[in-house]
Design a protein around this ligand. Structure first.
Ligand code: XMP
Length: 506
């Protein structure tokens, strides 16, 4: 990358890509590199060393070419592991920790200087470390301590810093200010513009495809829509296939087709409801349901595509990390996401999977879509999971249950939209609770299912809070569902945060 970008070196912290994203938020181009790839960053305008799960005292601990880093002669910020590594490599003493300290602490800047300029005398920071710097390297200054006076920030040189906490997470209340201050030391950095980023993606797509035809699946959701329009703009040979799994919401199949007509993207629709419902019959295990749908989706998709040279997917960064298998340096497996099933992973090994959006977070994908003229109504659509309503139908999926969910969901969505609340939440969904309970309908005893409504606020779906929607509004939705949907006699509002709950029920 020739640009004067900010190189972020990934030492395996859970959310290293979040640092990249924060740098983009401050307004600069940024890219993630493995520690051994520092040379590939060319001449970056600054280098940020991420945190990581290891201890710098381990024999084979990830290292950095400190001479090359010095030669670059640019500002450097070490975060957690990054700070310990810099301390050690510059001649300080780092003691291995035996337990991991994790969670909130207080930052008290102790020296005036560029990194903490304009910061409060005391603010919350988020720590996650085991090693501690016992003796800073010669010439380094302690510029901040925690509430117990323990050094948590060092200045190694006029523009080299280390901090023992994560400025990239929102729990570090002034983290963005610290990153912004650091990036003020980097006047030569290339400003981040989505337009330019789009051009970069297009170049990458052209280079990777090399004239081969790209096939992509579209669902009508933001990610696959942006992907399909991006392929169209890149001018590479492409085909978009829409599989109607029968697990879609009310009228969704028709709406999706109309949407792509409007965007000028040709799509081929495959009707496969009976195959999906047949394959799911009798299955109640959530992971097995996901695998069945994922594999069948590929079968159906492959049959429709006939020949696939390359497959493009609208995978976003949060999907990548949530599906990472345990044992990788990132995070443990939570749910198998639709686009990470074995057959796709096999193709990926052959270099035949294109995931141009894999570095982006949802709001950035929306911004990318806006640069290509995709209407806000489409870009503001809530996320919808690949396995569709199957993950909102705990237990066995049947047509009867799906039609209850569809009707309830349609009322829920329409009322969110008509009151303007739709765009105030990250995502809303209706989930059938497959337990029958007793109620009274028109003086008669009823014995029917319950529906759970969920609406969450979130920044990136990795964590979420339940949306504090007005009680009156929830009451109206509940009445409309109880009166309008057959088979339901109880409506519940889900007030679980993620973690520990996830957004979808399965
Ligand atoms: P969870 O339920 O894991 O969901 O908190 C996080 C976000 O991901 C969506 N989701 C999926 N998206 N394929 C997708 O493309 C999937 O298999 C899948 N499962 C969940 C979910 O709707 C939420 O936005």
């Amino acid at each position: 990358m020739a640009r004067n970008h900010i190189a972020v070196i990934d030492f395996g912290a859970q959310y290293s890509q979040l640092i990249v994203r924060r740098v983009r938020e401050v307004g600069f181009f940024s890219k993630l590199y493995q520690p051994s790839e520092l040379a590939e960053a060319g001449e970056p305008a600054a280098v940020i060393l991420s945190g990581g799960p290891r201890s710098v005292s381990e024999v084979d601990a990830p290292d950095i070419d400190i001479d090359l880093l010095r030669k670059l002669n640019v500002p450097v910020l070490g975060i957690c592991y990054g700070m310990q590594l810099l301390s050690k490599r510059l001649g300080g003493f780092v003691a291995p920790g035996h337990t991991r300290e994790y969670g909130p602490a207080r930052l008290l800047p102790s020296q005036p200087g560029p990194l903490f300029e304009g910061l409060s005398p005391e603010s919350q920071i988020w720590m996650s470390h085991s090693d501690t710097v016992k003796m800073p390297p010669p010439g380094a200054t302690v510029i901040g301590t925690n509430q117990e006076g323990v050094p948590v920030a060092l200045q190694f040189a006029p523009d080299w810093f280390g901090i023992q906490f994560h400025p990239e997470v929102s729990h570090s209340h002034e983290g963005m200010k610290i990153l912004t201050n650091f990036l003020k030391l980097v006047p030569a950095a290339e400003p981040f513009r989505m337009e330019n980023f789009k051009e970069e993606l297009i170049t990458m797509i052209r280079e990777r495809t090399h004239g081969r035809e790209v096939v992509c699946g579209v669902s009508g959701g933001v990610d696959s829509t942006v992907l399909a329009v991006l392929l169209k703009e890149a001018g590479v040979p492409h085909r978009a296939i829409f599989v109607d799994t029968g697990l879609m919401r009310k009228n969704e199949a028709e709406d999706v087709q109309a949407q792509f007509r409007q965007l000028g993207v040709n799509i081929q629709t495959v009707h496969a409801t009976s195959r999906f419902l047949g394959a799911l019959a009798g299955e109640t295990d959530p992971e097995k349901k996901r695998t069945i749908i994922g594999n069948l989706f590929i079968d159906v998709f492959w049959e429709a595509a006939a020949k696939v040279d390359m497959l493009a997917q609208g995978t976003l960064y949060p999907d990548v990390i949530e599906s990472a298998t345990s044992g990788s340096n990132i995070t443990s497996k939570i749910k198998t996401h639709h686009n990470r099933v074995d057959r796709i992973m096999d193709l990926a090994k052959e270099g035949r999977v294109l995931e141009p959006l894999a570095e982006l977070f949802k709001d950035e994908v929306r911004a990318l879509g806006r640069t290509m003229g995709i209407p806000d109504e489409i870009l503001n659509r809530h996320p919808f999971p690949g396995p569709g309503l199957a993950v909102r139908c705990p237990g066995e999926v049947t047509e009867d249950k799906l039609s209850i969910i569809r009707e309830a969901d349609a009322i829920w969505m329409n009322m969110l939209k008509s009151t303007g609340l739709y765009n105030t939440v990250w995502q809303a969904c209706a989930t059938l609770i497959p337990v029958k309970t007793v109620g009274v309908k028109g003086d008669e005893r009823s014995y029917e299912f319950a529906i759970s409504l969920r609406a969450v606020t979130s920044e990136d779906a990795m964590t979420a809070d339940w949306a504090k929607l007005p009680w009156d509004f929830l009451g109206q939705v509940s009445n409309a569902i109880l009166n309008g949907v057959k088979g339901i006699n109880r409506v519940l509002y889900d007030i679980s945060t993620k973690p520990p709950a996830s957004i979808e029920w399965e």
